[in-house]
Design a protein around this ligand. Structure first.
Ligand SMILES: NC(=O)c1ccc[n+]([C@@H]2O[C@H](COP(=O)([O-])OP(=O)(O)OC[C@H]3O[C@@H](n4cnc5c(N)ncnc54)[C@H](OP(=O)(O)O)[C@@H]3O)[C@@H](O)[C@H]2O)c1
Length: 295
């Protein structure tokens, strides 16, 4: 009989879509799936489909071993605890330690591209978690998700209103991918049941600069959008002035520096290897989200 698959962070955006694809795309029976989250009351829809729901909060290590009991494979979705440096690594380490104690046979983890040479503030948490997983002796699949197209949805509506996009990326490129495609590829690895000690990097099929993205957005929305090159200091001052918390400002400035250094600019065919499909294109993503961008 096939093993049970447990997904942490099941109420998050990525977690919900991974569970959707396990059930609907890869037809994994609900009886083989456990959805774990900090607040299981948010998972009533999944429970109604026959998916077992459990509480799993990485900040409450005491309850994690029982949360993982009976699971053959556990997907650890990296948390969003970015405000306190090192907190994520502590959380993820608690999850790995508990999985080992619970007898989990395979771990999957959502990381980032090249965390070993990244300038992004949270890269050490991902690298530390990858190393902790490898040292645990449990079979693993690391899924390094490139920057989501979806991240544009936070800032682009505002950029389009002002007609300007401030960036410190200086023409650096990123092979963006949609969150939806990441969820599909992650579900594919979980459903395959293979224990292979592999690291995959999930990227789109093309690397784009901010000028490339702005040009496509402008053409599809019929609105002007000028790219304005700024220094890290100017970018930081602008975002601080707009009221963003300092840890978010530092994270976004470090991401632009990482793009400028070319550290994100590496294409991978792993999405197609895992799913047999082509990743969504930039144009398709913008067309799909045109209404939200221009609302
Ligand atoms: N590649 C990219 O561009 C990109 C962009 C955004 C995020 N990410 C990463 O991908 C992850 C999922 O992203 P998302 O888009 O689904 O964001 P999201 O909806 O904000 O999800 C945050 C996730 O963190 C989990 N979480 C937070 N605190 C936790 C804790 N104490 N214990 C266990 N889980 C905890 C949440 O689980 P529950 O609410 O179910 O407990 C939820 O799954 C993020 O957390 C981040 O690491 C990557």
């Amino acid at each position: 009989m096939s093993d049970t698959i447990l997904v942490t962070g099941a109420a998050g955006q990525l977690g919900q879509r991974v569970l959707h694809h396990l059930l609907e795309t890869y037809k994994v029976p609900a009886s083989r799936i456990i959805a774990a989250t900090r607040d299981p009351s948010k998972l009533a829809d999944l429970a109604a489909k026959g998916v077992a729901t459990r509480k799993a909060d990485f900040d409450e290590a005491a309850g994690l071993v029982s949360a993982f009991e009976g699971a053959g494979t556990v997907l650890i979705i990296s948390t969003d605890a970015l405000a306190v440096p090192g907190q994520r690594l502590k959380q993820h380490t608690a999850a790995v330690d508990s999985a080992k104690k619970a007898g989990v046979k395979q771990l999957a983890y959502t990381s980032m591209p090249s965390p070993d040479k990244s300038l992004v503030t949270f890269a050490p948490d991902h690298l530390g978690t990858e190393n902790t997983i490898k040292a645990s002796g449990i079979s693993y699949t690391i899924l390094r998700d490139a920057w989501y197209f979806d991240n544009f949805m936070h800032s682009l509506p505002h950029n389009l209103q002002g007609g300007k996009w401030y960036t410190a990326t200086k023409g650096g490129k990123v092979p963006y991918i949609s969150r939806e495609d990441c969820a599909l590829a992650i579900a594919a690895t979980l459903a395959s049941g293979k224990a292979e000690n592999k690291t995959y990097t999930l990227t789109g099929s093309t690397s784009y600069s901010i000028a490339d993205v702005a040009s496509a957005v402008s053409a599809i929305t019929s609105r002007p959008l000028d790219v304005v090159d700024v220094s890290d200091e100017q970018l930081s001052a602008g975002m601080t002035g707009a009221g963003l918390p300092s840890f978010v400002v530092e994270m976004l400035v470090s991401a632009d520096a990482n793009i400028r250094a070319g550290n994100f600019d590496s294409l991978s065919g792993d999405f197609t290897t895992l799913t047999g499909k082509q990743p969504q294109t930039l144009r398709s993503f913008i067309e799909e989200n045109k209404a939200a961008l221009t609302a």
